[in-house]
Write a protein that binds this ligand. Structure first.
Ligand SMILES: Cc1cc2nc3c(=O)[nH]c(=O)nc-3n(C[C@H](O)[C@H](O)[C@H](O)COP(=O)(O)OP(=O)(O)OC[C@H]3O[C@@H](n4cnc5c(N)ncnc54)[C@H](O)[C@@H]3O)c2cc1C
Length: 405
């Protein structure tokens, strides 16, 4: 099968921050993922087997040293690594990288940073618990609450829903109201007493478990467990998603590129063996248009990551509308490509059918699209002449993506 590097190769000059060593490490990642995904358990339809395999894969890749370089190129490397992972399967979106653990590394206290950096480097996983029943698009209305204990520590009570990595995560960054009613965030170790999980079967993105997380008197110490300062929860959330949304977008586009490659190779093979006399124009049109749209959206995701790294004023806007537009592009591309594969691609376990279902989940997860576009529109009205401050690929920014221990 064509490698994801076939898609990324023509973009090398568009990412000058990544040097030859960086590109070689991405090639190694693509090779290792290709080999590791070829084993039997990778394709298991048993949810527990699959989830264990995914976590094992993450640990294995961590042990082999597949991680973003320190400093400026880090977030760009991770953006491309996400494309490579998505190319194989959207379930591999946590194959490498800090994931939601990036919030702890960027905004946690010194002890928490040291503790969680070591665990993340070993391949453990951190989830995010923000959404509640009243609606994930309205984080300002969350009701999960911390109350003060006599010793000055806090107890957390509440319920979070639609939480991904529910069983696999070693920790969650939980958003809640602190004793003064302000929104704060803290890291909760999943070994802590008082956590209850209810797994729900999703329509797609079934690799990692998903569902409800209930917190019954979970103990947190504001002196060590807070992520960001007291009352800074919404800023922590916003700053994280400025970096995280381009990664999600790149993963989705990788999945679309994988589907594109499958369809292209299947059509070429059918012509080669005489099953088809030639490839019809409608199919050629879809292949050409989808390729151009996927590539353009990957470049936009790279640009959004670059803005995030530089702490550019436009970065939040680019991440929000870029996630919605990029995932929409991936979703549409796979929907257009699927018929070219025929009914074989409609089997539940077929990668094309799986990609379609998985991408549906990303229309909600990490920002539901109408809300993202709408808030983008609000930003455009508020700042019609968005900053023209240039971002040079070699300009150091305040917001590096440092995975190095
Ligand atoms: C696969 C998957 C994984 C997820 N993983 C996580 C996770 O790990 N952690 C986590 O915390 N959450 C997670 N989520 C939840 C996700 O972040 C939310 O689905 C998303 O934020 C939208 O929230 P909601 O689904 O509650 O929809 P809502 O916020 O209820 O929005 C539903 C619709 O109502 C609209 N709406 C909002 N306000 C109004 C209004 N005043 N008038 C009219 N319409 C309005 C919205 O724009 C939207 O169209 C996940 C979801 C999915 C599907």
């Amino acid at each position: 099968m064509t490698s994801p590097m076939t898609w990324l190769g023509p973009l090398i000059s568009s990412v000058p921050e990544i040097d030859d060593d960086g590109w070689r490490s991405l090639e190694r990642l693509a090779d290792d993922l290709g080999a590791l995904c070829a084993v039997g358990a990778a394709a298991s339809t048993d949810a527990d087997v699959r989830s264990r395999w995914l976590l094992g894969l993450r640990r294995e890749l961590a042990a082999r040293g597949h991680r973003a370089p320190a400093g400026l190129p880090g977030l760009l490397w991770q953006t491309l690594a996400q494309f490579i992972a998505g190319f194989h399967d959207l379930d591999l979106r946590d194959a490498t990288g800090l994931g939601h653990g990036a919030m702890i590394i960027a905004e946690g206290g010194a002890g928490a940073v040291t503790h969680w950096r070591a665990r993340l480097t070993a391949g453990e996983l951190v989830g995010i618990a923000a959404t509640e029943r009243h609606g994930g698009s309205r984080i300002q209305e969350i009701t999960t609450r911390a109350t003060m204990r006599r010793d000055g520590t806090w107890r957390l009570d509440g319920e979070k829903c639609w939480v991904s990595r529910l069983v696999e995560a070693a920790g969650f960054v939980v958003f809640f109201r602190d004793p003064d009613g302000r929104i704060s965030a803290a890291v909760v170790d999943t070994g802590a007493p008082g956590l209850e999980r209810e797994v729900i079967e999703p329509f797609g993105l079934g690799g990692w478990s998903w569902g409800v997380l209930r917190l019954h008197g979970v103990h947190i110490d504001p002196a060590s467990d807070l992520v960001g300062g007291i009352g800074e929860g919404r800023d922590v959330f916003r700053r994280h998603f400025v970096r995280f949304r381009p990664l999600v977008t790149a993963t989705a586009l990788g999945t679309a590129a994988g589907a594109h490659t499958l369809v292209t190779e299947a059509l070429a093979a059918k012509v080669r063996i005489g099953m088809l006399p030639r490839v019809r124009d409608n199919a050629l049109l879809v292949l050409g248009r989808a390729y151009a749209e996927i590539t353009a959206a990957v470049l936009a995701a790279i640009a959004a990551s670059r803005l995030a790294t530089a702490g550019h004023p436009h970065a939040d806007f680019a991440a929000r509308v870029g996630k919605a537009a990029g995932v929409d592009t991936a979703f549409r591309a796979v929907a257009d490509l699927a018929p070219l594969f025929g009914a074989a691609g409609f089997q539940r376990t077929h990668p094309i059918a799986k990609a379609r279902a998985d991408l549906t989940g990303l229309l909600y997860a990490d920002g539901i699209h109408d809300s993202l576009y709408r808030s983008g529109g609000v930003s455009l009205l508020a700042e019609p002449d968005a900053s023209l401050a240039p971002v040079r690929p070699d300009a150091a920014g305040p917001d590096g993506f440092d995975m190095a221990a």
